[in-house]
Design a protein around this ligand. Sequence first.
Ligand code: F6R
Length: 262
Amino acid sequence: MEVVPLADATEVADRGADVVEALVRSRGQSAVLGLATGSTPLPTYRELIRRHEAGSGPSYDGVRCFTLDEYVGLAADHPESYRATIARELTDPLGIPADRVHGPDPAPDGLATAGERYEEALVAAGGVDVQILGIGADGHLAFNEPGSSLASLTRLKTLTEETRRDNARFFDSIDDVPRHVLTQGLGTILRARHLVLLATGAGKAAALAAAVEGPLSASCPASVLQLHPHVTVLADAAAAEKLARRDHYREVYDAKPPWQGL
Ligand code: F6R
């Protein structure tokens, strides 16, 4: 795992956008992007859009995207569904058409098979090249809450009260936050070729330290990242605050040969 301690959320967004653009430039039309929702990736997505609109970004023609998770129980056209959110915040502005943006299908009559169908779609696409991730304050990854199997695949899950409270800011009240979600499992996430975890703000410091330096445990789902051969953690100063080896990570990053990239 490579931990990159950065000054602030702007630097995290810049490096995050660099990783996405490098992938799209090298893989072109066959690039498969894995996208997280939530607040943390938004500055990265805005930076990608800024570069695209300025004409300095790569072409997104042919690029396919897969979201991590989706609420269950929202109306199909609800603005806070993750399908609507990712279209609004990233893929529409980049010109990626809706038929190339995939997410778990929350239609009520197909929930029993939604996980399996999403796994098949991921395999059929050849897997995710770069997976953008955020981390929950309780260490959740996608919507795999503490206690989730480290080998889990896409399935229906129940959100914790803490996560529903955290996400209430996107809704009129906590009562409007769905209880159920479809989420890629931890085993699904591990199949992506490069995992990029973005962490910003003091509220993520304890969870990030547990994920990166704590024991591998279902009690901290994000600790599963320790099993993956290519993980990049982009953390701002506040999120990196509780990392015991922070200075070493900085030293490693500063001494990195330029050809290595992220
Ligand atoms: C969203 C997702 C979640 C978020 C996490 C952090 O697709 O997978 O795991 O990444 O809840 O959310 P923010 O970034 O809003 O703090």
